[in-house]
Write a protein that binds this ligand. Structure first.
Ligand code: ZN
Length: 277
């Protein structure tokens, strides 16, 4: 097992609001500050959505550019991953900011029903986003909300729309999608290892499952994702004061399992990304 573990911070997302936790960073300035605090706490990868001033989701390339520029200025080796998903965004606009060449971008390889909506990713859109990532040399993070998305990713790889080795994220705990159960994660990881032995992986636990899933990732040898996108609480009784507080809690879970946060240099090596120095 790799002792070093990449801690991803999903700082904002598309759903959480300041009314749920005032620490959710919304403006580009808040996002830059929150990312750099998470970096100082041991996170080496930021997963980024941007928002309008009224907190709704945005695909505005200028907003992505501003945050990317601020992060590169203040913590230059932080790995930057743009979201191409997120509900409440025009599908045609989701890939627009990719010309800014972030290190990585998320790519959901299928659709799934949530409780009252469809997270819709039709094959033509997936192909288009994957092609643009190839064109701009952006490494995708494959978002698996349902088992079928793993097999779709293998198919995309076979057809040359993805390049090995893949980095895969399992999303657990969204109502009516994959539940946050440890044996489900173990099954998913086992299937990934059988299909794509060179892949790296991480899992996100949504809502109250966030740190349970993080601990399973620590124990099973994967990477960890935390942040105010996935949940606003540090534990049952307390709101998280910041994304950095969540990263510190993730780092403590790692130490308890004799692992540690990967440095940005190590994380870039593990993901096959170019170094900044
Ligand atoms: Zn996201």
């Amino acid at each position: 097992m790799n002792e070093a573990c990449i801690i991803t911070t999903a700082i904002t997302g598309s759903q959480t609001r300041k009314s749920m936790n005032p620490a959710v960073p919304i403006t580009q300035e808040e996002q830059i500050e929150s990312t750099c605090e998470a970096y100082e706490a041991g996170s080496s990868l930021v997963h980024l959505h941007v928002r309008n001033d009224d907190e709704t989701s945005s695909s505005d390339p200028e907003k992505f550019a501003r945050v990317q520029e601020g992060i590169r200025q203040h913590c230059p080796d932080m790995i930057i991953q743009f979201s191409t998903g997120g509900r409440g965004r025009d599908p045609a606009a989701r890939g627009k900011p990719l010309y800014l060449k972030p290190d990585m971008a998320s790519l959901a390889t299928g659709s799934v029903n949530f409780k009252s909506s469809i997270y819709e990713n039709e094959p033509a859109l997936i192909d288009e986003l994957a092609s643009r990532m190839l064109e701009y040399q952006i490494k995708p993070e494959i978002e698996v909300f349902d088992l079928a998305m793993l097999y779709s990713a293998v198919d995309l790889l076979k057809h040359g729309l993805l390049k090995a080795p893949l980095h895969v994220q399992f999303v657990l705990g969204i109502p009516n999608a994959l539940p946050a159960k440890r044996h489900i994660l173990e099954f998913l990881v086992g299937e990934l290892e059988a299909l794509l032995p060179d892949a790296t992986w991480v899992a996100a636990g949504v809502g109250r499952h966030q740190f349970d899933v993080a601990d399973w990732c620590a124990e099973l040898g994967g990477n960890i994702r935390v942040g105010l996108e996935d949940g606003v609480r540090l534990d049952k009784d307390n709101l998280a004061q910041s994304n950095a507080a969540m990263v510190r809690k993730a780092a403590a879970l790692l130490h308890a399992r004799n692992r540690r946060p990967a440095t940005p240099h190590e994380s870039r090596e593990m993901l096959g990304l170019a170094q900044t120095d």
